[in-house]
Design a protein around this ligand. Structure first.
Ligand code: GLV
Ligand code: MN
Ligand code: MN
Length: 411
């Protein structure tokens, strides 16, 4: 079988999808179920239909595009990623796995391949936590790791529930139906940009992912006392932002002193009332903690709890913390890894065994299916920023190796 990727077509589709954005180019903002996201989804569904794929959408908006295999009863070989993008992001995160996956299927079709197992492209709903505060909404539900009840309680910043938002987006059905049945997948492979600097630095075109680090996120609320910035004397203050600052630095210090694989980020700091001449009365922190080692990740969470207690006492503030998610790491499957390595070797591409420090929907799909991921380089390791860039050659190579791997798995 002679596989050929249409690089120009694939890159033109990445550009076309990037035009569905609420930020000025080259930045991309595409938050789940916004009008812009819905337009992008409609565009993408049409591209899948153009390729002759059967498209269905589940009740949380996960979109499946199926190339039916000769054996309709056989388990499915899946590939895919996400198209939602955090505010002020780039155009490749997730998108390379979706459009690269679509082009891989088209390349297999052009080459005359006939799959025995159906091959499905899956576009996950809300891999990014932007709207509902929790990442991988779609894959959590598909894997049964997030129940329909728990999902329906999630709200966005305006208080709208997942249920209300999806219905406004025209997506109906019972959320209980999202979880996939046991044995649905034979295998799942996700193509993604590395989002880190290793492949570029080592000048190696591929990373074959063996593990995905364990992520956790928390919401911490600090309640102090507001007041006049001129009149309240320093000894009398219970400034919520100063207390939050202490927590932020305590967390940074803990993460720095654990391991190079331990990372902690306070990405949200909302200050109330947010006036220059008013003492902060309340602060909301959004905290992200990750590690390749689960016990060590959990120990950072415990240290944060301790810091919350100590700061509450020393500063006379009230601190409340809520764990939004604390997920286990994923161990990728040796058979799927072998199929990826074999495809790289066939084309003479070097590859590195890697750990993904970013999370991906594959983290959750690994709970119900044999999973592996293929990374391609991205310039300077930039991601989640407008400068994110992957070269057309690297993207096309990724799609080629993916196509070959899907052929092995679906034969
Ligand atoms: C995914 O976007 C992550 O934050 O790892
Ligand atoms: Mn991302
Ligand atoms: Mn991603």
């Amino acid at each position: 079988m002679k596989l050929a990727i249409d690089q120009q077509w694939l890159v033109s589709e990445i550009e076309a999808l990037a035009a569905f954005s609420d930020a000025e180019a080259p930045a991309v903002t595409r938050v789940v179920f916004t009008p812009t996201d819905l337009k992008a989804r409609a565009w993408l569904k049409a591209r899948c239909q153009d390729a002759g794929l059967g498209v269905r959408q589940d009740p949380v908006g996960n979109t499946f595009a199926r190339w039916s295999g000769a054996d309709a009863e056989a388990s499915v070989v899946g590939t895919g990623s996400h198209i939602d993008a955090i505010p002020n992001a780039g155009k490749y995160d997730g998108v390379v796995g979706v459009l690269g996956g679509l082009e891989a299927i088209r390349a297999l079709q052009r080459a005359g391949f006939r799959p025995r197992h159906s091959i499905e492209l899956l576009v996950f709903t809300s891999e990014e936590p932007t709207r509902f505060g929790i990442g991988c909404l779609g894959s959590r539900m598909l894997s049964g790791m997030l129940s329909a009840e728990a999902a329906s309680q999630l709200t966005d910043k305006d208080g709208a529930t997942v249920d209300e938002v999806r219905r406004t987006a025209g997506i109906g059905g019972d959320l209980k139906q999202v979880a996939l049945p046991n044995g649905y997948y034979k295998a799942f492979v996700e193509l993604h940009i590395e989002q880190g600097p290793v492949l570029e630095r080592e000048q190696v075109p591929f990373g074959v992912v063996e593990r995905i680090a364990a992520p956790a996120s928390l919401r911490v609320t600090v309640e102090g006392a507001g007041g006049h910035a001129g009149s309240v004397l320093m000894p009398d203050r219970r400034d919520a932002l100063c207390a939050a600052a202490e927590l932020i630095l305590a967390l940074e210090n803990t993460a720095r002193t654990k391991s190079i694989d331990t990372v902690a980020t306070v990405g949200i700091c909302d200050v109330f009332p947010g006036a220059i001449n008013s003492i902060p009365a309340r602060v909301l922190l959004g905290i992200d903690i990750r590690d390749t080692d689960l016990p060590r990740r959990d120990s950072v969470m415990r240290s944060l709890e301790q810091a919350c207690r100590a700061t509450a006492t020393s500063r006379g503030v009230t601190i409340h913390s809520q764990v939004l998610n604390a997920d286990a790491p994923a161990i990728c499957d040796p058979t799927v890894i072998a199929a990826l390595c074999q495809a790289c070797e066939k084309y003479g591409f070097r590859f590195l065994a890697m750990t993904s420090r970013a999370y991906h929907d594959s983290l959750f799909i690994s709970q119900i299916a044999p999973v592996a991921m293929l990374f391609i380089p991205c310039r300077n390791g930039y991601s989640h920023r407008p400068e994110e860039y992957a070269s057309p050659e690297d993207i096309a190579r990724g799609s080629l190796v993916l196509a070959d791997t899907l052929a092995t798995l679906a034969a």
